[in-house]
Design a binder for this molecule. Structure first.
Ligand SMILES: Cc1cc2nc3c(=O)[nH]c(=O)nc-3n(C[C@H](O)[C@H](O)[C@H](O)COP(=O)(O)O)c2cc1C
Length: 143
């Protein structure tokens, strides 16, 4: 079982549901990911130590693995898990771009861990711009 902290991660396509991650060619994670299945763990705001653990700085307590004996070993406490299968790999310079199909989802909700300029800032409280229109009505009430 292996994990690596990654912030070079984005959605790509809805049909089929594809995501992309860029991994350093020299990393062990890159060789593990070239083929097969993996889980994306979207870490929770409180899981900085877990992020640093999988970036090479071991955490003090136990690593929160769950489902280690099954098909989908993953990290407990995450705000969500994406169960992925590698779809295509592309040359990305000193990184490899892994495009993977999302075969299943497990979304728990909550505040995700952010990374910006070498820090883990907290997500600001804000209005949900997508769910509401500018006049404050839900889109479903617009004719
Ligand atoms: C916040 C954060 C984000 C990172 N994002 C990436 C990334 O997108 N791609 C990458 O290759 N390494 C990234 N790293 C570095 C890897 O986590 C690190 O090199 C890790 O030790 C690789 O482990 P491995 O060689 O054991 O697989 C990131 C590290 C941190 C702390």
């Amino acid at each position: 079982m292996h994990g690596a902290t990654v912030n070079a991660f984005t959605s790509v396509s809805l049909t089929p549901p594809l995501v992309l991650s860029a991994l350093d060619r020299r990393s062990r994670a890159c060789s593990h990911l070239s083929d097969g299945v993996f889980v994306v763990n979207v870490l929770r705001e409180s899981q900085r130590d877990v992020a640093m653990h999988f970036a090479g700085r071991p955490m003090d307590g136990p690593v929160p693995w769950v489902g280690e004996d099954g098909d989908h070993p993953r990290l407990g406490g995450a705000v969500g898990h994406l169960f992925c299968r590698v779809w295509r790999n592309y040359d990305g310079g000193d990184h490899v771009l892994h495009v993977a199909e999302v075969e299943d989802l497990d979304l728990r909700g909550g505040r995700p861990l952010l990374f910006h300029r070498g820090e883990f800032p907290r997500l600001a409280e804000s209005d949900p711009v997508w769910a509401l229109t500018l006049d404050g009505h839900a889109p479903s009430t617009i004719l």
